[in-house]
Design a protein around this ligand. Structure first.
Ligand SMILES: [Zn+2]
Length: 264
């Protein structure tokens, strides 16, 4: 079976097609996606680093999120590892980068992952800008991602999740997000992957934090090479530890496909 899967994967590679369904046939490289969690985006503010509450997750359940992409150099490495482990994640995309790489945005969605917005230009932070300017940057980011993903944008955002760059929100901007029915994601833990370190050191750090926190939304950056190199080992380690991946989706918004659940 492994040989056959390998042959099929090789054929797929040679023919240039991306075939997540083939990868899904063998989830041995990761824990799989245990379940899908539907949430109402309106008024959602989750992640205990900055909000009083987080998603309704059981002990050992984690939501994997990747910020600041897509990046042609590193995002495909992350996607490959996620596909090999049958793991669904959420990518908070920067508008200018989505506009530069619309094919990658489409690929993220086609492979069953979720997408959220992360502003147009990634100001550090939106809360430090005049309110009108901050809102304009958020809205331009929405239009860029929607156009990259679907070729069009409309008054209502296609993907109603948002994460503030640097978690820099303000009460006024949070109220704006709520009015726009955008669910706001913080995080419960992160890999500190903005600090240069080896993939091995980053893996140790994030696994220590996962063990300590026990559950939650994990923040990574798919634009960081050290993270892209670490993800395959992270997924293997999560499987070994019995951790479960939860794919969070907005209620009522169709995703590309149903999740693959790893064989027990
Ligand atoms: Zn960011």
């Amino acid at each position: 079976m492994r040989f056959l899967t390998g042959l099929l994967a090789l054929a797929a590679t040679l023919s240039g097609f991306s075939v997540p369904s083939l990868a899904a046939a063998d989830c041995s490289a990761g824990p799989g996606t245990a379940r899908v969690l539907e949430v109402d985006p309106a008024g959602l503010e989750v992640g205990t680093k900055h909000f009083p509450q987080t998603l309704d997750l059981a002990e050992g359940e984690f939501v994997l999120t990747f910020d600041d992409g897509p990046s042609a150099g590193t995002t495909p490495m992350v996607l490959k590892a996620l596909a090999a482990g049958c793991v669904r994640a959420t990518f908070f995309l920067v508008g200018t980068r989505a506009a530069e790489s619309p094919a990658l945005v489409k690929r993220i969605l086609a492979e069953g992952h979720g997408v959220g917005y992360h502003s147009q230009t990634h100001p550090m932070t939106l809360a430090d800008l005049p309110y009108d300017k901050a809102v304009r940057d958020i809205e331009r980011g929405i239009v860029s991602v929607d156009r990259a993903a679907t070729g069009s944008s409309s008054a209502s955002p296609h993907f109603p999740f948002f994460r503030f760059p640097g978690f820099g929100s303000s009460p006024q901007l949070l109220a704006y997000a709520t009015n726009r029915k955008l669910g706001v994601f913080g995080a419960d833990l992160w890999a500190s992957d903005w600090e240069p370190m080896t993939p091995e050191a980053e893996l140790d750090l994030v696994l220590t934090r996962m063990a300590h926190v026990g559950r939650g939304i994990v923040l990574f950056h798919d634009t960081r090479l050290q993270t892209a190199r670490m993800v395959p080992a992270l997924l293997r380690a999560m499987k070994e530890r019995g951790y479960r991946v939860v794919h969070v989706v907005p209620r009522g918004v169709a995703t590309a496909a149903s999740p693959q659940v790893a064989p027990q």
